[in-house]
Ligand binder design. Structure first.
Ligand code: FAD
Length: 393
C-alpha cells in the first residue's frame, strides 16, 4: 500500500498499529476475500485472527478493556481493513457501531458490563436503527417498547442490519413514547437467543457479500428494564445522532481504504498492460485518470483525519465534518473504483481481478450510515443554521 506523503501526525503507537493491521490484512484478509465473497460467507475465521492480534481491543477505551487508541485508532483500522476487503471491514466494524450507543449513552454499569466483552472480541455486536419503512427518515421508525413491570416488550422489525444473526449483542432503537416522534425513542441492549427475537433471511447483496445482513424481528420480546441505555426513556435519538457522528469518520476511512486499494491495482496494471506497442500508462488519458484518483484519495484522507480529530475532542463542528468526510470519501471511492475498472478494460469486468470487487463493494459506502444525499442535507442544514446565527441583519 502506498504511503501518504506525511505521517499526518500519527504517533509511534498509531504507526505500529497500522503496521500490525497491514500485516494481518495481507496474510489473512487478501488471500480469503474472493472465496468469502463468492460463498457469501461470514468471515468468522478472519475475525478470530483479528481477535488474537488484539485488533478488536484497539477500537475501545482503556478503561473498558481496550487499548485507548481513540478515534485515530479506529480510522487506521477502518482504512487498512477496507484496503483488503470492505466486506470484512464492515463485519468487523459492526461491533464498534453496535457498541457506540453504549459508549456514548450507557450508564457506568452498562459500560462495564458490555464493553470489555466486545473489546476482547469474546462477543460481537450489531446496531439496529433502520426499519423497512424508516431508512433515511429515521424519525419514522415504528418499533415499540412498552414497559411492563421490570421489562420492556419489543415489537417491530429492523432492516439491513450488518452482523445480524452472527452478533451476540444488539443495540436496538424503539419508541417508548409513540406520540413524541424521535423524542420518544429509546435504545435497548438485546441479546441473541432471547425469546421473541429472531432474524430474517440472509440478504444476497451486490457487494460486501461476506458481511452478513439480515432483518431483526421482535415479537413480544422481553428485555430487562435495566437494558435501556442511559437508564432513562426517550434519549435514544440523541444516542443515535452521537453514534453516527462518531462512526461516519470510520466509514469515510473505509472509503479511503477502498479507493486506495482500487487505485494501487489500477496503477500497477497500467504499468504492465501494453496496447499499440506501449504501456497504457504512457497514454495521457490514463495518466489523468490516475491523477484524479490520487487527488481524491489524498483529499478524502485529509478530510477524514480532520473529522476524526474534531470528533476526538468533541468539537462543535463534529457532525458537519463527519458528514463531509463520509460523503466526499464515499463518492470518491465509487468514482475511483469505476475508473479502476475502466483502466483494466474488459479484464476489469471479470472476477479474475480485484477491481471488479472493489467496484461492487464501493457502492455501499454511498448508502449505509446515511446516503450521500442525506449527508449533504445535514451539511447544508448546519451551514444555514450557522449563517443565521452569524447574521447581524
Ligand atoms: C448492506 C447494508 C448494511 C446496512 N447496515 C446497517 C446497520 O448495521 N444498521 C442499521 O441500522 N442500518 C443499516 N443499513 C441501512 C442503511 O443505513 C440505509 O439503507 C440507509 O440509511 C438508506 O435508507 P433506505 O435504504 O431506506 O433508503 P431510502 O431512505 O428509501 O432512500 C432512497 C433514496 O432516496 C434518497 N432520499 C431519501 N430521503 C431523502 C431526502 N430527504 N433528501 C434527498 N434524498 C433523499 C436517498 O438518498 C436514496 O437515494 C444498511 C444498509 C445496507 C444496504
Amino acid at each position: 500500500m502506498s504511503e501518504p506523503t506525511l505521517s499526518l501526525g500519527l504517533t509511534e503507537d498509531q504507526l505500529q498499529l497500522r503496521d500490525l493491521v497491514r500485516e494481518v490484512v495481507k496474510n489473512e484478509v487478501v488471500p480469503a476475500r474472493m472465496e468469502l465473497d463468492e460463498k457469501n460467507e461470514y468471515p468468522r475465521r478472519v475475525l478470530e485472527k483479528f481477535r488474537e492480534a488484539g485488533i478488536f481491543q484497539a477500537l475501545f477505551p482503556e478503561e473498558y478493556g481496550g487499548l485507548g487508541m481513540g478515534m485515530m485508532g479506529n480510522i487506521i483500522l477502518s482504512e487498512e481493513i477496507a484496503y483488503g476487503c470492505l466486506g470484512v471491514g464492515t463485519a468487523f466494524l459492526a461491533t464498534k457501531l453496535g457498541a457506540l450507543p453504549i459508549e456514548v449513552g450507557g450508564t457506568e454499569e452498562q459500560k462495564k458490563k458490555w464493553l470489555p466483552l466486545l473489546a476482547s472480541g469474546e462477543k460481537v455486536a450489531a446496531f439496529g436503527l433502520t426499519e423497512p419503512g424508516a431508512g433515511s427518515d429515521v424519525p419514522a421508525l415504528s418499533t415499540t417498547a412498552v414497559k411492563k413491570g421490570d421489562k420492556y416488550i419489543l415489537n417491530g422489525t429492523k432492516q439491513w442490519i450488518s452482523g445480524a444473526g452472527q452478533a451476540d449483542v444488539y443495540t436496538v432503537f424503539a419508541l417508548t413514547a409513540k406520540d413524541r416522534g424521535p423524542r420518544g425513542m429509546s435504545c435497548f441492549i438485546v441479546e441473541k437467543g432471547w425469546k421473541g427475537f429472531s432474524f430474517g433471511k440472509k440478504e444476497d447483496k451486490l457487494g460486501i457479500r461476506c458481511s452478513e445482513t439480515r432483518q431483526l424481528i421482535f415479537e413480544d420480546c422481553e428485555v430487562p428494564a435495566e437494558n435501556i441505555i442511559s437508564g432513562k426513556e426517550n434519549n435514544g435519538f440523541l444516542h443515535a445522532l452521537k453514534t453516527l457522528n462518531l462512526s461516519r469518520p470510520a466509514v469515510a476511512a473505509q472509503a479511503v481504504g477502498t479507493g486506495q486499494g482500487a487505485f494501487d491495482c489500477a496503477v500497477q496494471y497500467a504499468r504492465e498492460r501494453e496496447q499499440f506497442g506501449v504501456k497504457i500508462a504512457t497514454f495521457q488519458a490514463i495518466q489523468h485518470m490516475l491523477a484524479d484518483m490520487a487527488i481524491r484519495i489524498e483529499a478524502s484522507r485529509l478530510l477524514t483525519y480532520k473529522a476524526a480529530a474534531l470528533a476526538e475532542i468533541g468539537h462543535k463542528d463534529t457532525a458537519k465534518f463527519s458528514a463531509m468526510a463520509k460523503c466526499f470519501a464515499a463518492d470518491s471511492a465509487m468514482a475511483i473504483a469505476t475508473d479502476a475498472v475502466q483502466i483494466y478494460g474488459g479484464y476489469g469486468y471479470t472476477k479474475e481481478y480485484p477491481v471488479e470487487k472493489y467496484f461492487r463493494d464501493a457502492k455501499i459506502l454511498q448508502i449505509y450510515e446515511g446516503t450521500s444525499q442525506i449527508q449533504k442535507n445535514e451539511i447544508a442544514a448546519g451551514l444555514i443554521k450557522e449563517a443565521a446565527s452569524k447574521s447581524r441583519g
